[in-house]
Design a protein around this ligand. Sequence first.
Ligand code: PLP
Length: 382
Amino acid sequence: MAAIYLDSNATTQVHPEVVEAMMPFLTETWYNPSSGYAAGKEVKAAIQNAREQVAALIGARPTEIVFTGCGTESNNMAIKSLARLIGRKNSKVVTSEIEHSAVLRPLEAMQAVGFDVERVGVNEDGRLRIPDLETVVDSTKPGFCSIMWANNESGVVQPIAEACEIASAAKWSFHTDAIQAVGKVPINVADVPVDFLSISGHKFHAPKGVGALFIRENANFEPMIRGGGQESGMRSGTENVPFIVGLGKAAEIMRLRIDEDGHAEMTELRDFLENELVKRLDGVHLNGSREHRTGNVAHVSFDGCTASELLPKLDQAGVQCSAGSACMTGKAQPSHVQKAMGFSDERAFSSLRLSLSIFTTKAEIDSALERIEKVVMETRSN
Ligand code: PLP
């Protein structure tokens, strides 16, 4: 029995065309992009091409894209630079209660050394409370906001344009962790004036261990990693050329798909999965905004079951998915995201995140539905 992968918010399969694009840079064209001879220049040109591909996906200029080692690094780079620039005295930092640990932890570290960090909550639908953000952003102090574009557990897309407007009215900088949004929903930094935007390749069919940070032209930035001056001095270190090329190719594939149909097919499959679960089983709750979310996530609670009971049985039945977020799986606390949405512990503990990708098929969803139905019924009857 083939396993059905429904955990694409944890990571995605590397696209075969991405592998193909990467291979020559592992096998033949392995030169240092900083070398002055023709072969080195060829490698440099490949990095430049990838920069253009990533920029095109989010409406940026190629010069505004800096390649990094992962999404976590992109977040840390933006946050630590902003922290250094505003300083801890009489400044303020505003984030949300539903951020990924790659934003929560660096901000906690800032708080530990004296920064004033405030966290804004979300409504039951998982969206940021804009009036609360308005209240806490303080134009009398230097500051910045770090608010995610789409949540990794619920898939809920945040009101980033409105949040950005509030920050810019106070002359604050704005960073967004867009790691679960890039490649899934249209993003155009020409329309939404974020200063920094984090990207991670493995969430949209590039390999793990490569990311990017969008740094708006003229935004102040203090490099976290200094050295040989690669990436225009923003992130030194000899470039991970094959992975950067892979990230570029994946960005191109996603841009074409978003332009073509906005992932309509995948969204239809996700909707079908949710509707069928509700039809087939009692006590099923669909979580998060129906309107503002990525097209690939079903966040579902099952009355009378816990995710920790369901997950091993689903794994055995050949359904790979997770409880809330991958990082939380196995931890005995309800997810902070679901608590922020006001869910009872019972509902939070009983929820699964089923996340699709462009490779998920109707046949897989049909089969997953049968397996999930069986496992939930069995768990409830025990
Ligand atoms: N931010 C969000 C919202 C994520 O979902 C993830 C990955 O799970 C990260 C940051 C971390 O990205 P990476 O795994 O590339 O470090």
